[in-house]
Ligand binder design. Structure first.
Ligand code: HEM
Length: 531
């Protein structure tokens, strides 16, 4: 076999130049390449330790790429099958890079509960040109100080101010749904919910409305989708990993163009908001209010945005530069729209598929709102939506918005009895973790009762981590749950949902977030509350 390969290469090189076409020259070149590959490309990794970890056979250079050379919607199934064949700590190679895939609660606990394993995996670097090194992508001291600085922005009292925005945008959405004709009342819920989520996060993060619900074709909205799309393409295409190769391609140009618009928009909003902040401060000072500092405190301004807190702590560039502020605002925009949109859409789909649970949620909502389907939801109302909360959590179990996370570990670590060497990229496979039959009997069945208090206690603390867990858990999870309750309850107070899409026909794409391949068709019919 090897003599045939050498023969073929010899023939080829001979055509290029006769002096290259000698077998000795070809053997030397192949030897040199494999030496370079072993020493330089795989050199940083402890191969002898990795060899002891179970995993499918891999090829030099390609790794396990051939196993994953399937249509994208089959990716989750391929990875699930490989884990079932190899065990809950499984090694694979993507090109030359070793990955260890975890899929059980104990392994998740080892990584997520630790203060040491907080470095994100290499796939996140493709987000850096957009988000820089903000809260999502940074590590070490920078991440610690940012996390400390931003945590107060997600305090219950601050979040309450965003309720107005959530109610307003939900009402725009339900008005849109009310206009559907009885004979043509089925729509793809996914994009409609996404525009609503985008308007909510945009106004909450920046204090500026992009009106995606009425103009989904604005340059900012288009650029946001374009940039997310290209990042995902890059993550899954090794030939686009290299910066030079990427930026010379048309998608590299498109990415640059999209970032110019996204960064330009955020920078302009920051400038406008800083100006406003200075004017307000000057006004307060000239009014000689003794308690002006208190008046400026976050939480007391009308129509507060996360950006205001950042401007407040920036101390005129001494603590946070304008670029630092932009990183965090862009991070909220990136993390805060797709994730909630996906979860809201899947919850509405699950409830449309299960009229019995939908009816339970509607009974709960009717008991909270009586016969007034238009009253904006208050924080007290949201606290009473216990069954809706269980439905949202159950759809996050079956359809986690973030189906995979990754970390690079910096020291040899024992995970479920297996020694995993430093520099390995660990993939936390949430999608499969949430389907562990020992923790969730009949895992494919949608059953919100699993999230009623008495049933939660029986499970491992790391068996369900849709918002991650430990020090790098999702900072926006309370915001997300509030938003989802407001939007979903607004819809279910007014409409009955149904769908013809069976779960077995639902194809899932693990892109930057989990999304349905062919949308989520849902029929929407007006209803009256039962009082
Ligand atoms: C259903 C909705 C959401 C889900 C399922 C979700 C899930 C997650 C997950 C799994 C992580 C960890 C990612 C990783 O380690 O790679 C994360 C981190 C993060 N999320 Fe969320 N998220 C949601 C909504 C939000 C919202 C609404 C915001 C902002 C307003 C937000 C902001 C962030 C930030 C800034 C981080 C990085 C935190 C850090 O590393 O300290 N998320 N989220």
């Amino acid at each position: 076999m090897s003599s045939i390969v050498v023969g073929k290469i010899t023939q080829l090189l001979d055509q290029v130049h006769p002096s290259l076409g000698t077998p000795l020259f070809v053997v030397v070149v192949i030897g040199l390449c494999s030496w370079l590959y072993t020493r330089i490309v795989r050199g940083p990794y402890n191969m002898s330790m990795l060899e002891k970890i179970p995993g499918p056979k891999s090829l030099p250079i390609l790794g396990n790429a051939i196993d994953f050379a399937v249509p994208h919607y089959k990716f989750l199934k391929v990875l699930t099958d490989l884990v079932h064949q190899n065990g809950p700590v499984m090694k694979i190679f993507l090109a030359h890079r070793p990955y260890v895939v975890l899929s059980k609660a104990k392994g998740f606990e080892t990584i997520l509960s630790s203060n040491k394993h907080i470095t994100k995996g290499p796939d996140y670097k493709f987000i850096h040109p957009w988000l820089g090194l903000g809260l999502l992508t940074s590590d070490g001291g920078k991440w610690h100080s940012r996390r400390k600085m931003l945590t107060p922005a997600f305090h219950f009292k601050i979040l309450e101010d965003f309720l107005v925005i959530m109610n307003e945008q939900s009402s725009i959405l339900t008005n849109k749904l009310a206009k559907l004709k009885p004979d043509n009342n089925t729509l793809d819920m996914f994009p409609n919910i996404t525009y609503c989520a985008l308007d909510i996060i945009c106004e909450s993060a920046m204090g500026r409305n992009v009106n995606a619900q009425s103009d989904s074709d604005s340059p900012y909205v288009r650029s946001l989708f374009k940039a997310s799309d290209i990042i995902f393409q890059r993550q899954t295409s090794p030939w686009m990993w290299n910066n030079l190769a990427f930026y010379l391609r048309p998608s590299g140009w498109d990415f640059r163009k999209a970032l110019k618009i996204l960064h330009g928009f955020t920078e302009q909003v920051i400038k406008d908001r800083q100006k406003l902040y200075k004017e307000e401060k000057a006004q307060k000072e000239s009014a000689k209010t003794t308690d002006h500092e208190e008046d400026l405190a976050i939480g007391q301004k009308k129509r507060l945005a996360f950006l205001d807190l950042l401007i407040d702590v920036s101390d005129d560039g001494r603590v946070l530069s304008d670029k630092d502020i932009r990183e965090e605002v862009d991070t909220f925009m990136f993390e805060g729209h797709d994730t909630t949109a996906a979860n809201m859409s899947f919850t509405l789909y699950a409830l449309a598929s299960h009229p019995e649970y939908q009816a339970k949620v509607q009974t709960e909502l009717d008991s909270i709102f009586g016969d007034d389907p238009d009253r904006p939801a208050s924080m007290d109302d949201l606290a009473k939506m216990k069954y809706l909360e269980a439905c949202i959590k159950e759809s996050l179990r079956l359809y986690p918005s973030v189906p995979l996370m990754s970390r690079t570990i910096h020291e040899d670590t024992v995970i479920e009895g297996q020694l995993v060497p430093a520099k390995t990229n660990v993939i936390l496979f949430n999608y499969l973790l949430h389907r562990d039959p020992e923790q969730f009997p009949k895992p494919e069945v949608y059953n919100p009762d699993r999230f009623l208090n008495e049933n939660i206690r029986q499970r491992h603390a790391y068996s369900y981590v849709p918002f991650s867990a430990g020090p790098r858990n999702c900072i926006g999870q309370k915001f997300a749950m509030m938003e989802e309750k407001v939007v979903i309850s607004s819809i279910l107070r007014k409409f009955k949902l149904a769908t013809n899409l069976a779960k077995k026909d639902l194809c899932l794409l693990p892109e930057l977030i989990l999304r349905p391949k062919d949308g989520l068709p849902i029929a929407v019919t007006p209803r009256k509350p039962i009082v």
